[in-house]
Ligand binder design. Sequence first.
Ligand SMILES: [Zn+2]
Length: 354
Amino acid sequence: MIKSCQMQISIPSILKISENELDFIGKYLNNFSFQNIAIFYSAGIDQIYGERIETGLKKAGINIVQRLIIDEINIENIIHTAFSIPKTVNALVGVGGGKALDYSKYCAHVIALPFVSVPTSTSNDGFCSPNSSLFVEKKRKTVNARIPYGVIVDIEIVKNSPVSCIYSGIGDLISKITAGWDWKEAVQKGYEDFNDFAYLISQNTVIDFLNYQKQDIKSNKFIYHLVNSLLMSGISMEIAGSSRPASGSEHLISHSLDMISASPKMHGLQVGFATYLCSYLQDNQFDLVKDFLINTGFFEYLYENPLDKSSFIQAINLANTVKENFYTVLSEPAILNKAIDFLNCDSISQKILA
Ligand SMILES: [Zn+2]
């Protein structure tokens, strides 16, 4: 039988990752005739980079029709904003960490305008993913949007972002190892479709990144490869038509933690430690994951900024209920005891879970 396939895949038309890119946003927008823009800054980022960005935009003849400062990600407000954007605007530009990008990406999706993503930190793969993490009826949800039309990353800026953001990016990246395993198992059990190309991209990208694990995490080379790898992870989701290549059991634990913790840690910090546990449960490249998280200083960072042990154990128990019909290693009933035994005996886990 021939399977019909009408999948449409988008990739960014503007892709710039280098030093001092912040000064050239206007030039790149001009190349695509995006002369009238709405710009969205994460709160505080406007004060740090706004003047520099807007000087460059003016120089290139770009007209800022609307300027918004974003400090929340409530879906109803975003839809309201989307329909208030003047008709003359022909592209939306998001500048900041998570919130401004999630907000403006979804806004652009609602009114079908091109979106240009300008991350000032890369604490997860959201700056180039086809979805947004928003509050829907007071609950944090991942909703479908569209892959950005453009991604412009100034690695000097990312390099100077808080170290927690860099470690969070590292944690989100290594999770592709356990996410890929969960996806393959789900396919073998007949629960999911597989996409060889998306799998290849997400796995090759993380394996390639392992070559840079002994570099200074604040070096341009390291940041360049971290950004590149997170970006390819976002694209692998677009190709698969789902989050499967980038999100598995480790993400379920992090989502549970977000729901039950009084003060959840950054996404990639939770995901990175959960990847360590899940690679053990899967018996999948455990030593490789462990060495990577040691060599990059990820564990060291968590020793100083520990996770709450009882919340983490509660999150493991809840994880399998987070997404319906989503098979992962945590779907196996006997696995929970194995997880608890590991966390109680493993010396690294003991130092991270306080
Ligand atoms: Zn993630």
